[in-house]
Design a protein around this ligand. Structure first.
Ligand code: PLP
Length: 467
């Protein structure tokens, strides 16, 4: 399988190359040249497989010759062996239609672990084959940072520089990043910045020849294809348990960068019968506006109780626009250049109609979110986090036919955001014992001003050259 850029001019790469490259050199994102497809009989035969085996089956067509089937199974077994639940991503039932897919049983309590635990192993595997070092530069609204740091801390040939907007991540999120003392981990708090500002700096570094000439810059954000690939697996896992392929299932996905829900689109492309993908946003609603009226224009970011979704530029939306626009890299490059110049664009008719066939969307404000947290507690005795609550709000309001199960993706453990949960229910969720003495540990982090040059200088002074 090879990977092509959404902007049409970067060289095609194999899976290992695309994983190490992250962003394509023309500023685009890598996507597989075609979507592998499973028949109904092949999907039916996956029912009941342990998660690590299901993961190997779903991912093998994407990985191609880069990893043998036996080695891939070893890697999925190692990655998912670190999860605290034997089912890795267990399903819970709220009522006759609403279900919850718990994706937070990994080491840092958010769904990012599902992909990043595996990505850390892929990096190690591919770097061991050559002489190169990798300099990971990432931006986080909270959860990617902790999950990526956990996945690569102490690994050979990798340094990680993680930027977060200072003061805009929760205390648990910050401590999960800053208390990791491995020498290859570098936390940077950007003063006066939003997540989008930090992400823009990271994207700029990938196109800065002064940096890429000296360092192999790599990505752990969901611009890295391998992350999305790993997330496709749990859509299959959940749907199989609910009767797929004989029965269709709908999913509601709390969304920021459009990564998690794009993985659902990939699952549909691979043959999984998905009735609908519901894109749930908070008041930072660029995706809801784009899907409901074709208006993809960047607003200013409003901080909310669901900070991992406080995003107004949704990087992975580019992958959907590419696929729906006939995979025309030159046309998409022009469309994205227009967006970058004016901070706004309008979807083409083909993109709007293509999206409407599978996606719907909803926006939740602070009251909607609190009500959904309370409903989960009153209806089923479940404490859910604010991000999950936005998904549940959208799921219950989507008007899906009663015969179709609706699965909300539970993207974070409620104890990552205890204040919002306590305000809504009066219950304070407890951190699971596996995170240990997080609040007693020493923290390490540098503060930098929100200017690209300051960040580039810091990375250049602390990173290991390419080889
Ligand atoms: C990252 C994150 C999201 C948004 O996921 P995307 O893939 O960026 O759409 C939602 N909820 C939580 C808890 C997250 O950490």
């Amino acid at each position: 399988m090879d990977y092509i850029s959404t902007r049409g001019s970067a060289p095609a790469l194999d899976f290992a190359g695309a994983t190490l490259a992250g962003l394509a050199s023309d500023g685009g994102l890598y996507v597989p040249r075609e979507w592998p497809r499973f028949s109904e009989a092949e999907i039916a035969a996956m029912a009941g497989l342990p998660y690590e085996q299901l993961a190997q089956r779903i991912m093998q067509p994407f990985v191609g010759d880069s990893v043998t089937p036996q080695r891939l199974l070893e890697l999925t077994t190692a990655a998912y062996g670190r999860f605290a639940h034997a089912a890795v991503t267990p399903l819970k039932q709220f009522d006759e239609q609403q279900w919850l897919l718990e994706l937070f049983h990994g080491p840092t309590l958010a769904f990012k672990d599902v992909a990043l635990q595996l990505l850390g192993l892929f990096f190690e595997e591919f770097l061991a084959r050559g002489t190169q070092n990798l300099t990971i530069v990432g931006a986080t609204s909270g959860d990617t940072g902790s999950a990526a740091i956990d996945a690569v801390a102490g690994r050979a040939k990798v340094d990680i520089f993680m930027l977060h907007p200072k003061g805009r991540v929760s205390e648990v999120q910050r401590r999960q990043m800053t208390t990791v003392m491995a020498p290859n981990v570098h936390n940077i708090a950007i003063e006066g910045a939003s997540f989008d500002d930090a992400q823009a700096m990271v994207k700029r570094m990938f196109n800065d020849s002064a940096m890429t000439g000296r360092f192999n810059i790599g990505a752990v954000n969901s611009i890295n294809w391998a992350r999305l690939m790993a997330q496709v697996v749990y859509y299959f896992a959940a749907a199989l348990q609910l009767g797929a392929p004989a029965r269709k299932v709908a999913f509601s996905v709390p969304t920021g960068n459009f990564g998690d829900v794009f993985a659902g689109y990939v699952a549909a492309k691979m043959g999984l019968p998905i009735e609908r993908l519901i894109v749930a946003t908070n008041v930072n609603d660029i995706l809801h506006r784009a899907l409901s009226s074709g208006d993809y224009s960047q607003g200013t970011v409003t901080p909310t109780a669901a900070p991992s979704m406080d995003i107004q530029v949704s990087s992975n939306f580019e992958r959907l626009l590419f696929d729906l626009g006939g995979r025309d890299g030159a046309a998409l490059a022009a469309q994205m250049a227009g967006f970058e110049a004016t901070k706004a664009m309008t979807l083409t008719n083909a993109q709007r109609e293509g999206a409407a066939a599978l996606f719907s969307s909803a926006r939740a404000d602070a009251d909607d979110m609190s009500r959904a947290i309370r409903w989960a507690w009153d209806a089923a005795g479940e404490l859910i986090d604010p991000h999950t609550a936005i998904g549940l709000h959208a799921a219950r309001g989507a008007g899906i036919d009663k015969s179709v199960p609706v699965v909300t993706l539970a993207t974070a453990h409620p104890a990552k955001f205890p204040d919002a949960v306590e305000r809504a229910t009066g219950q304070r969720p407890e951190l699971p014992a596996r995170v240990g003495d997080l609040f007693e540990r020493e923290e390490r982090c540098v503060d930098l001003v929100g200017e690209y040059a300051a960040v580039a200088d810091y990375v250049a002074a602390h990173a290991t050259a390419r080889d």
